[in-house]
Design a protein around this ligand. Structure first.
Ligand SMILES: NC(=O)c1ccc[n+]([C@@H]2O[C@H](COP(=O)([O-])OP(=O)(O)OC[C@H]3O[C@@H](n4cnc5c(N)ncnc54)[C@H](OP(=O)(O)O)[C@@H]3O)[C@@H](O)[C@H]2O)c1
Length: 267
């Protein structure tokens, strides 16, 4: 399906939906005029209108006017929303939920039986198009729907289809993982401040130090360990890039596969 033909709806227009739509628009995957978002208030919708998207307070209107419908409300709101939109959902719709903790089985139970359902788990860096997303398809969604979603959302970062059981694992790894990275960056900056560097400069340098991108090519099976196309690094890249010569000491935190030679700092 061509981008210009695709009508994309968002039920819920908060932070995560806003991040996804920015990626789609910036990559030219879909024209802003083909995007319609709904929310009860204008709190978030103003920003969508500034992007050129259409907005409404009516969830049913989104379903009526869209082929691809993202469900992007908070989890406790979702059952009521599904009850509301259910009569308008048809077999031509592709419904993609990014609501944490709501399984494909639940979505399929609360929507008409023939609905093509997919479940995606994004993370916050999608907002700056550096996300890590996994998704799974329901029983009525086929290769075409999967390929469409992957193509669209690759504009927001890494996007991989996985068995649904990996989605909660991903939430821990990459959803919560982002918070650990922030904590780590703060700790790095605080150390520099204690040594006398101004806080703002320390924060900028700590952030820059953490600009290590684990790209699709690197993380994939075919990627060369430690280094990949475009200079992107594998998550274990440091170990592979810097094997510790005997007697020199190994990489910080290096505990795996060490058979003598250098000592391990901090161990
Ligand atoms: N944030 C993350 O890092 C993250 C990561 C992965 C998955 N998710 C999932 O993404 C979903 C949205 O999270 P978020 O952080 O984007 O939340 P959010 O910023 O609070 O956005 C929620 C949106 O839902 C709207 N809404 C509330 N009641 C509604 C209703 N009855 N019908 C239609 N829209 C309604 C809100 O309207 P108003 O604009 O009027 O308030 C708001 O636009 C959650 O289910 C979460 O599990 C979030």
């Amino acid at each position: 399906m061509e981008a210009a033909e695709l009508w994309v709806g968002f039920v819920g227009a908060g932070r995560m939906a806003g991040g996804l739509v920015r990626g789609l628009l910036q990559a030219g995957k879909v024209p802003a005029s083909n995007v319609l978002a709904s929310a009860p208030s204008d709190k978030n919708l103003d920003a969508w209108r500034e992007l050129g998207c259409r907005t409404t307070h009516c969830n049913l209107e989104v379903v009526h006017r869209s082929t691809l419908v993202f469900l992007a409300t908070k989890p406790h709101v979702l059952p009521g929303v599904l009850e509301e939109i259910r009569p308008a959902v048809g077999s031509h719709h592709i419904v993609v939920s990014l609501v944490a903790g709501v399984t494909i089985q639940t979505l399929q139970r609360l929507l008409p039986p023939s609905t093509k359902v997919l479940r995606i788990m994004p993370n916050l860096p999608c907002v700056v198009q550096a996300g890590a997303m996994v998704f799974s398809r329901g029983s009525n969604a086929g290769d075409a729907e999967s390929a469409l979603l992957q193509n669209l959302l690759s504009s927001c970062g890494l996007c991989e289809e996985v068995p649904e059981s990996y989605i909660d694992i991903h939430t821990g790894l990459s959803g919560s993982g982002v918070a650990y990275v922030y904590l780590f960056a703060e700790a790095l900056a605080e150390g520099a401040v204690k040594m006398g560097m101004p806080g703002a400069l320390a924060s900028r340098i700590a952030a820059q130090t953490l600009l290590v991108r684990c790209g699709q090519d690197a993380a994939g099976d075919g990627g060369a360990p430690g280094q990949a196309e475009g200079g992107r690094l594998h998550a274990r890249g440091y170990h592979d890039l810097r094997p510790a010569p005997a007697g020199e000491g190994s990489a910080p935190g290096h505990r795996h596969g060490c058979r003598g030679g250098g000592h391990q700092p901090g161990v």
